[in-house]
Ligand binder design. Structure first.
Ligand code: ATP
Length: 314
């Protein structure tokens, strides 16, 4: 008789692996408060997960290793500076084991695009390694580890639509109804998040503006509760738009191209340079996408529905 008849569990020569899918995010509102003494800003944001995904595959191995394919792969570091690598090390240290895992990233989220791709990979790695190693950490503990890795990482675990406060890492679900049709325009080059915040501070200092405490408009929350895309389109707001456009003037052309093609809302995604467009339905989303495909300031166009579910094992 065969030593390992079919259906008798994994054979010793079979590699064990877990794949986790994680969505990108847009910030439907991104309100940036005054600069704090510690160099951060208090944020009030509404995160919204959309159906553009990275996948993280974790496979048992002798030592920690990382590979990557897909969208923007040439710009993804494959060493300990990668957030996925750091997530595996942090989880291993927390549960007292060696991070003996090979990680493979399949990227659909643009790199340095303001859609939290690195954060998605970190969240995906936490979930994948937790499953591979059978650590079974409670959700709150995974959330605490996620927050240590970066302020956008906890939301990638949850997905859906949620309010983020503090540096963005304190998550509260938001009541949202319905499904929204989004179109995303990727730019030719990424934009550094710290550079955009520095430009915001510079502009505010020059204008000697009184900076209000961060907060989310009631109108936006009402639109989400009602599932009303027209109201939502009118209520989208991102304080980083002005500094991002000043660093990258051609973003203005992208935003106008989407609006002219009939988008009911236009938005810089996070710190940019990806631009997000809300369409009334699937047919209008196709029209907006076609117009953006033709815009010289746009490298690639994607359509996606929101909200999407957070990091989950496939
Ligand atoms: P956010 O919206 O959170 O500001 P982002 O989507 O603009 O993030 P990322 O794609 O997360 O930006 O990457 C920003 C930088 O981080 C990249 O330029 C890259 O050098 C580095 N990085 C580290 N880990 C990753 C990763 N797993 N995927 C992509 N970039 C990573």
């Amino acid at each position: 008789a065969a030593a390992f008849p079919p259906g008798d569990g994994p054979r010793p020569d079979q590699t064990q692996s877990v794949t986790v899918r994680v969505p990108a995010k847009v910030n439907l509102a991104l309100s940036v408060g005054p600069l704090r003494p510690d160099g951060y800003h208090d944020l009030a944001t509404v995160f919204h997960a959309v159906g553009l995904y990275d996948e993280v595959t974790a496979t048992a191995a002798d030592t920690l290793a990382l590979t990557c394919e897909g969208e923007g792969q040439a710009d993804v570091p494959l060493d300990a500076t990668n957030l996925a690598w750091r997530a595996a090390e942090l989880l291993a240290r927390t549960v007292g084991r060696t991070p003996d895992v090979r990680l493979h990233l399949t990227k659909g989220i643009p790199v340095a695009g303001g859609m939290a791709g690195g954060s998605a990979d970190a969240a995906g790695t936490l979930v994948a390694c937790d499953a591979l190693w059978g650590t079974g950490l409670p959700r709150e503990e995974l959330h605490a580890l996620a927050a240590q890795l970066g302020s956008d990482v906890p939301f990638a675990l949850y997905g859906g639509t949620a309010m983020g406060t503090g540096r963005g890492e304190q998550i509260t679900p938001v009541l949202a109804r319905g499904e929204f049709h989004w179109v995303f325009a990727f730019a030719h080059e990424g934009l550094s998040t710290p550079a955009v915040f520095r430009e915001l501070d510079r502009q505010r200092a020059t204008a000697k503006e009184e900076v209000a405490a961060s907060g989310v408009d009631a109108e936006l929350l009402r639109a989400l509760r009602a599932g009303d895309s027209t109201l939502l389109g009118a209520a989208l707001r991102n304080d980083l738009t002005r500094p991002a456009v000043s660093l990258r003037p051609d973003l203005q052309a992208t935003l106008l191209a989407g609006r002219d093609a009939g988008a009911i809302g236009t938005l810089l995604s996070g710190s940019g340079p990806t631009c997000a467009f809300l369409a009334a339905d699937a047919v209008r989303a196709a029209t907006v996408a076609a117009a953006l495909e033709a815009a010289p300031s746009v490298r690639a166009v994607r359509r996606a529905l929101g909200p999407a579910v957070g990091a989950h094992v496939l």
